[in-house]
Design a protein around this ligand. Structure first.
Ligand SMILES: Cc1cc2nc3c(=O)[nH]c(=O)nc-3n(C[C@H](O)[C@H](O)[C@H](O)COP(=O)(O)OP(=O)(O)OC[C@H]3O[C@@H](n4cnc5c(N)ncnc54)[C@H](O)[C@@H]3O)c2cc1C
Length: 566
């Protein structure tokens, strides 16, 4: 690994400079340097994680790294619903990006997702095309024809599930949802063990799976960490390098081509700051436009979710030695007019904390997986180090709120079923923001809170219910909420939170579409030698958590980029 403290010699410029060593950036760095024909420099704002010394919280198969503030962009916030105040919105700043801190759900999405990409102008995309690249990535030994790709994927065997999950599977079956052994190979509605990006004892990160010791030994690959790229440098409409900051010093790095892989929030922010975006908006921010591209920062999409928390009695919990998080999922279709099938996803978490009380509570999440609402990323100021303004507008499209309510009602219905209710003590609708994270604070305060939580969660009924309501700010448990005292639609909608799945802000599309930012070869339309490759290029959000789809896009992009420089 290198540190940059002075301007780089232009004669040493790499063929490819990749901005951001996240989920996509790590794949590109590995694939573009593989043949030895191209020199590649990868520049990441966060710290590096070397294969031999990756921190234990990143390796953990329970997502402990999600709780480590050192791995996130400080101060980043987002507005969830129009008119609300912004709330913290965590995005990774660490080698491996989101793959190093995520919840490890590993879903491919649905065939209709990729048809919609093609329909929106990203021609060439189809389910078959996506599967070609998914097979390169997935190492899923539960399959007879496992292709032994780069990234291990595992599921929890049903014998290890906490009893409420098995009871939910049975309750779902009674409602017509079949059990699907491999939801990625057989996408559709049904109950399934959640594929997870890990092997038995280690999380699969893009850094670990692609920036291997072997890749790092390549003479043509340079990895630079702790270095924030603040601006792209242009000569006319040709990008010639970037300006970066490391430990307070400002350096210029020249490159033949620049690939922006800074994620769906920071990629558009970097383009905007460099004069690539809606010209009028840029001028208002005091930035001289290099090109007028109205789509930069627009088309922001994300999944929304809410949680029911379950207190579990002894004997009904996940075995405490299992470092696991997500257990199983249920995909369902709202069947509301104009809405695609498979638009709702329920998921079950068996452990909510790495600490002792972590298996005393479980969660059932309900998420909208094909939202129509769109928001935006804009510059909040032209200070190169300032976070951008993120506004999701999650309920702007009238088709979204009814489906959020429908998903939550499906979860509530399953939780009220007698076989499921026999497996927990109480179930509560959690207010937005997963208050359980308060008990996951680092340091002594967190340890003390967690110890208190353990005592409260194992106390007799009335004390436990009181403690849970005080600690999580929940309303009364489901068992006490019937008829006019039941959960209201307003309560459901105000429990809504954004997942960490922003996409769409540098959308791929047709050359003639003013809203498109990159063409089908990931080149920024109207500029030379500049590419964007990450979750921001997805024109429509897939019906899946976005890490596996981003890996897939990056593998696809590596092939396209190499074709274009042959
Ligand atoms: C809390 C959380 C939980 C998640 N859980 C799941 C899950 O369970 N399953 C799933 O499939 N997906 C999950 N995701 C989503 C998934 O992680 C992302 O979709 C994926 O990582 C996106 O990849 P990316 O390459 O677009 O961006 P990122 O992985 O975010 O990578 C961008 C990288 O660029 C770097 N960077 C940004 N700006 C600059 C700059 N100016 N200079 C230098 N470097 C820069 C960042 O530090 C970062 O490392 C989760 C995300 C979050 C935040």
């Amino acid at each position: 690994m290198h540190a940059l403290t002075r301007d780089q010699d232009p004669a040493q410029q790499p063929d490819f400079l990749i901005v951001g060593g996240g989920t996509a950036g790590a794949v590109l760095a590995a694939r573009l340097s593989e043949s030895g024909r191209h020199s590649v420099m990868l520049v990441e704002a966060g710290v590096d994680t070397l294969p031999e010394s990756t921190p234990a919280d990143i390796r953990d198969t329970f997502p402990s790294s999600t709780l480590n503030p050192a791995y996130f962009w400080p101060g980043l916030e987002a507005t969830i619903v129009a008119g609300e105040r912004p709330r913290p919105f965590p995005q990774a700043r660490i080698m491996g990006g989101g793959s190093s801190i995520m919840g490890m759900f590993a879903l491919r999405g649905l065939p209709s997702d990729f048809s919609r990409w093609a329909e929106s102008g990203a021609s060439g995309w189809s389910w078959d095309e996506a599967v070609r690249f998914y097979r390169k990535i997935e190492n899923d030994p539960s399959r007879a024809d496992n292709h032994e790709g780069t990234s291990p994927i595992r599921r929890m065997p049903a014998q290890e599930w906490p009893p409420f999950v098995s009871a939910m599977r049975d309750a779902a079956r009674a409602q017509g949802f079949a059990y699907v052994p491999d939801i990625n190979e057989m996408p559709g509605d049904g109950f399934f063990a959640m594929p997870s990006s890990r092997d038995a004892d280690t999380r699969s990160t893009s850094a670990g799976c692609y920036l291997t010791s072997e890749a790092r030994r390549r003479k043509n690959l340079t990895i630079v960490a702790n270095t924030h790229v603040t601006r792209l440098i242009f000569d006319g409409r040709k990008v010639v390098g970037v300006e970066s900051r490391h430990d307070g010093s400002v350096c210029t790095i020249f490159a033949r081509r620049v690939i922006v892989s800074a994620g769906a929030i920071h990629s558009p922010a970097l383009l905007l700051r460099s004069g690539v975006g809606p010209a009028q908006e840029l001028r208002e921010a005091g930035i001289e436009p290099v090109i007028d591209r109205s789509g930069v920062g627009r088309n922001l999409q994300n999944h929304s979710y809410l949680f029911f928390a379950l207190t579990l009695p002894r004997g009904k919990r996940l075995a405490s030695h299992l470092r696991r998080f997500v257990v199983a999922g249920l995909r369902a279709s709202s069947k509301l007019p104009d809405c695609p099938d498979g638009d709702l996803l329920l998921f079950t978490l068996g452990r909510v904390s790495p600490r002792g009380f972590g298996t005393d509570v479980a969660m059932v999440g309900s998420a909208l997986y094909s939202p129509f609402s769109k928001g935006f990323v804009k510059l909040a100021s032209n200070d190169p180090l300032a976070n951008p303004r993120v506004d999701f507008r999650m309920l702007d499209d009238p088709r979204d709120a009814p489906r959020v309510v429908q998903g939550a009602r499906l979860a509530e219905q399953l939780l009220r079923q007698s076989g499921v209710a026999a497996c927990y003590s109480e179930a509560f609708l959690l207010p937005a923001g997963m208050a359980v994270n308060q008990f996951n604070r680092p340091g002594l305060a967190g340890t003390a809170l967690a110890a208190g939580a353990r005592v409260a969660l194992n106390a007799p009924g009335p004390m436990r219910r009181f403690a849970v309501r005080r600690a999580f700010g929940t309303g009364r448990p489901l068992s006490e909420r019937h008829g006019s005292a039941g959960i209201t639609d307003d309560e459901i909608l105000s429990a809504l939170a954004p997942m960490g799945h922003p996409v769409g802000t540098c959308a791929m599309g047709d050359l003639g579409d003013a809203k498109a930012v990159v063409d089908t070869r990931y080149r920024v339309i109207g500029l030379e030698n500049l590419y964007v490759v990450d979750a921001s290029v997805m024109p429509v959000i897939p019906s899946a958590n976005t890490n596996l789809p981003t890996l897939m896009v990056a593998e696809h992009a590596a092939e396209k980029v190499l074709e274009s420089v042959r």
